[in-house]
Write a protein that binds this ligand. Structure first.
Ligand code: SF4
Length: 349
């Protein structure tokens, strides 16, 4: 085994989140204002070749074995299956032995990366098959209400039906598991917790409930609008008894299986039960900034290296330096917390 990306807290980086665009066709209230954002000039956005270069260094040199495509909304980027095929062709190399995190098999030299994407699902009806054929294997589809009018109120798009069709198209294309990401906001959609659980059980998709995080561009977030993970679990357990799944490792979601065997849910409790101690993620923004934490307040601009004649050694050195500055974790619940200058759509989930 070769080099590994290990931060000063002993955490090994294995997961690269790549934002392929800052643009989106939705306006989710926990993310961006109704009027949208000032989009990046297209010339600032990394090309597929530039994205592939950064990913190659991470995967083939440092043993990163998991890539997640995000946005904005990744499916609004033209020719997305072409990028998927480039990333699916990467072979995992390097990396640390890291025995016991349940991902040993992926780091066998020469194995492919675990390629996933987070999407609002509205275009999946048309794209699911092509993305699957290009090598994408896992999908998280965002859906924050099963009620048409409320979906419209949250996203400013009357698109619930196309998202539900997108879920069916993803299952039909062979994606497994298909996960449904639901951001819960107090007083907005927290009365749908059990409805979502039932939906997941009936459709065979894994619902992941996500605590509202202070990354909305409208700065509306407050702690009393967060529905804590424990409350979500209690609400479901009262109707569909749950049991916690052991061996979380570095996964953001704590998983719970239904006692009757009808599937499982996940809870991402970033605010009430942070999981930074086992974090293995870094992020690449659409314009080439490397971020070692979702809430990072500093970042490394890789674009001058990518467009200014920098070699893979230079890229590797910049990535190592960035990871070396990674903090222990976010401080959302502390007075020291500083909101990042970027909102969620400018970082990617
Ligand atoms: S907040 Fe930062 S350190 Fe914590 S889990 Fe998320 S990305 Fe990792």
């Amino acid at each position: 085994m070769g080099e590994a990306l290990i931060d000063s807290y002993g955490r090994t980086v294995r997961d690269l989140r790549i934002s392929v665009t800052d643009r989106c066709n939705f306006r989710c209230q926990y993310c961006m204002p109704e009027e949208g954002m000032v989009w990046l000039p297209r010339t600032d956005i990394l090309t597929f070749e530039e994205i592939e270069r950064v990913a190659r260094v991470c995967v083939e040199r440092f043993g990163v074995d998991s890539i997640r495509l995000t946005g904005g909304e990744p499916t609004v980027r033209a020719h997305l299956p072409t990028l998927v095929a480039k990333l699916a062709a990467l072979r995992v190399g390097g990396g640390a032995d890291g025995v016991g995190d349940g991902r040993e098999d992926r780091r066998e030299d020469g194995r492919g990366v675990d390629l996933a994407m987070t999407t609002n699902g509205a275009s999946l009806r048309l794209m699911a098959r092509d993305l699957y054929d290009a090598g994408l294997r896992r999908l998280n589809i965002s859906c924050d209400s099963l009620q048409r009018e409320r979906f419209l109120a949250i996203t400013k798009r009357d698109a619930l039906e196309s998202v539900l069709d997108g879920i069916d198209a993803a299952v039909a294309a062979g994606f497994d598991p298909v996960k449904l990401n639901c951001v819960l906001m107090r007083g907005i959609n927290d009365d749908e917790i059990v409805d979502f659980a039932r939906f997941g059980r009936e459709r065979g998709v894994r619902v992941r409930f996500i605590e509202f995080m202070p990354l909305d561009a409208s700065d509306q977030w407050s702690a009393n609008r967060v529905v804590p993970g424990a409350e979500i679990v209690a609400a479901i357990d009262a109707v569909y008894p749950l049991v916690a799944v052991e061996g979380r490792g570095s996964q953001p979601a704590q998983r719970y299986r239904y006692r009757d065997g009808e599937g499982e849910i996940g809870v991402i409790a970033s605010v009430s039960a942070p999981f930074c101690g086992a974090c293995d993620r870094i992020r690449l923004t659409a314009e080439g900034q490397l971020r070692n934490c979702l809430f990072a307040v500093d970042e490394t601009d890789l674009r001058p290296l990518l467009r200014g004649g920098g070699g893979d050694e230079d890229l590797a050195a910049a990535i190592v330096a960035n990871v070396g500055r990674k903090w222990a974790g976010h401080s959302i619940n502390k007075v020291t917390f500083i909101r990042p200058a970027r909102s969620m759509s400018q970082i990617g989930g």
